[in-house]
Design a protein around this ligand. Structure first.
Ligand code: TXA
Ligand code: MG
Length: 326
């Protein structure tokens, strides 16, 4: 067990970038909004602050953090070299929900990368956080602002629910526009590989650099850190079923059904629709909010609909699969 910090804070929540910058410059941990999910941020060069982020999240040290930068130029502060493919992807998708795994500079503490020779780097597309990053002279290491293994937060309120009194400031940038985490891409021996599906779809990546391979981690002890099997998980048991399968089944006790687009009525079942308009972006934006809502609803179980394996729906299926008991 790591020692518990004896610090307690009067937690403040607001949109004051200079307060956030001041706390971060003094080695404190601050929650920040991004277009994907909220992050638990600290100075990436400050090992003590990075340790505190791991402690707050109860995150194992073998699971490395993403480093957030203000611009492509500032990415060079943490990255040793930029392959051409990476440059193309940055040009196309930054700022935005794309994280690149690139050879790290020695100035990045090994703690941040869990001893790996690559660093995960991204430029988030959120006005407040970009303003914050431009106002400080260090990059921000930031994992999602949830306890390790739980559903990621998409509002400042979600973050307050987890860390109230434990961090000095939550920078409130409203509800996250994308709602699921960034897509993670790396380069091995000239190949472009997707390690985590997220806010940028495989199809969109392939339009810029063709031939992407999917190498999603599904083991419970991955050889490369990251992408653990059980993740994004509510406390209520969750299984995945098609709508037809679910409607045919017998259901004992109370069930929350997370449906992609269809509302329907059934005894003992409450239905939560991700996107009445059948829009994958809207579904992604609502996913974690709905998962949190149903988890707090005292249902005996959650059943989620499997979505078509295309575009952003692929990333939604991935999150549902990791949240499920299979
Ligand atoms: O959208 C996002 O990416 C959000 C926002 C806050 O930026 N961040 C986020 O961070 O999702 P986190 O820590 O919850 O997930 C980062 C993932 C982890 O699965 C971690 O193992 C992986 O990125 N990762 C980080 N550095 C890596 C590296 N050098 N090699 C392989 N995987 C890495
Ligand atoms: Mg996370």
């Amino acid at each position: 067990m790591q020692p518990k910090s004896d610090k307690t804070f009067f937690n403040a929540c607001g949109s004051d970038v200079s307060s956030a910058a001041s706390f971060l410059s003094h080695g404190e941990v601050v929650a920040i909004p991004t277009e994907t999910v909220y992050g638990l941020a600290c100075n990436a060069f400050d090992e003590q602050a990075v340790t505190e982020v791991f402690r707050l999240k109860n995150r194992p040290f073998f699971d490395p953090l993403i480093v957030h930068v203000a611009s492509m130029e500032r990415a060079k502060d943490v990255v040793e070299e930029l392959p051409e493919m990476a440059q193309k992807l940055m040009d196309a998708f930054w700022p935005g929900p794309l994280t690149l795994l690139l050879p790290k500079k020695s100035t990045v503490p090994d703690l941040v990368t869990s001893g790996l020779s690559t660093v995960a780097v991204r430029m988030p597309a959120h006005e407040l956080t970009l303003e914050l990053l431009s106002s400080i002279n260090f990059p921000l290491a930031a994992p999602s602002a949830n306890p390790f293994g739980y559903v990621s937060p998409t509002t400042a309120g979600h973050v307050m629910g987890h860390f109230d009194g434990q961090i000095p400031y939550v920078l409130d940038g409203g509800a996250c526009r994308v709602g699921i985490e960034s897509t993670i891409v790396g380069f091995t021996g000239g190949d472009a590989i997707v390690y985590r599906l997220g806010g940028i779809s495989l199809e969109s990546l392939n339009e810029v650099v063709s031939g992407f391979e999917l190498e999603l981690m599904h083991s419970s002890k991955p050889s490369a850190p990251g992408m653990l099997k059980s993740h994004y998980a509510p406390r209520t048991p969750l299984t995945i079923q098609s709508l037809e399968e679910f409607k045919r089944g017998h259901h004992i006790g109370s069930t929350a059904y997370i449906s992609f687009k269809d509302a329907f009525e059934m005894d003992g079942v409450e239905v939560f629709v991700l996107s009445p308009l059948s829009d994958p972006s809207e579904a992604a934006r609502n996913l974690f909010k709905v998962m949190r809502l149903v988890d707090s609803g005292n249902y005996d179980r959650i059943v989620a609909e499997k979505l078509p394996e295309v575009g952003l729906c692929r990333a939604i299926n991935d999150r549902l699969f990791r949240a499920s008991t299979h």
